[in-house]
Ligand binder design. Structure first.
Ligand code: AMP
Length: 209
């Protein structure tokens, strides 16, 4: 199966991508994670994208498309964070078609701006393993410490109010065009993403049973 998980920053995409890819036994390809990892390693690619990633600005289409091409040669995957605009969606479609492949689903996590703001400003992530916490809904057992690996919890540089607002605006500008592009091409699975993470997951899962 080839699917995209699609939604605004803070829609719970990353969390759902992890549990859903495990459930469906397919590989999760998260572009944000790949880019952050490159920044952390200080690679050439990392240096090139550092400023963009930390400010919540989209990296150039050419660059991310190259990263994606290298990662989607496999038969089954769940794409998280790509495509983020119409040009990327068209590029993905072409790249897959060249290899006689096509997407099956787009899972759309639908949410409003206010809920996103609240979620992201309270989000903390583990510096070591990347696990996500929410200071109110999913707090760590010990303040500032990851439950899973005991790493330090930090606030992502792009989870500040101004950057959250910018990321939301970028998403809203492009999302309608992407949904329109896929409307008659693949099945769109729409889910209410304002719910609790287990409810969201059950709602997605139901559609794949
Ligand atoms: P995310 O973790 O998905 O919110 O992505 C973090 C950051 O990585 C974004 O704010 C962008 O700077 C960059 N990024 C991730 N996906 C893309 C994409 N499809 N196109 C361009 N930049 C991206």
């Amino acid at each position: 199966m080839k699917a995209i998980i699609f939604g605004s920053p803070g829609s719970g995409k990353g969390t759902q991508a992890v549990i859903l890819s495990e459930y469906l036994k397919i590989k999760k390809i998260s572009l944000g994670d790949i880019l952050r990892e490159e920044v952390k390693k200080g690679s050439e690619l990392g240096k090139e994208v550092k400023n963009f990633v930390e400010k919540g600005i989209l990296v150039s289409d050419e660059l991310v498309s190259r990263v994606i091409e290298e990662n989607i040669k496999i038969d089954s995957f769940l794409l998280d964070g790509y495509p983020r605009n119409l040009k990327q969606a068209q590029h993905l479609e072409k790249t897959l078609a060249k290899n006689n492949k096509k997407l099956d689903y787009l899972i759309y996590l639908n949410i409003d701006e206010k809920t996103v703001e609240e979620r992201l400003s309270q989000r903390r992530v583990c510096k070591l393993c990347g696990a996500n916490f929410h200071l109110i809904n999913m707090p760590p057992k010990e303040k500032g410490v990851c439950d899973k690996c005991k790493g330090d919890l930090i606030q992502r540089k792009d989870d500040t109010p101004e950057v959250i607002k910018r990321r939301w605006e970028i998403f809203s500008n492009e999302s309608e065009k992407i949904l329109e592009f896929y409307k008659d091409k693949i099945e769109i699975v729409r889910v209410n993403a304002s719910e609790d993470k287990d409810i969201i997951f059950n709602n997605i899962k139901e559609r794949f049973q």
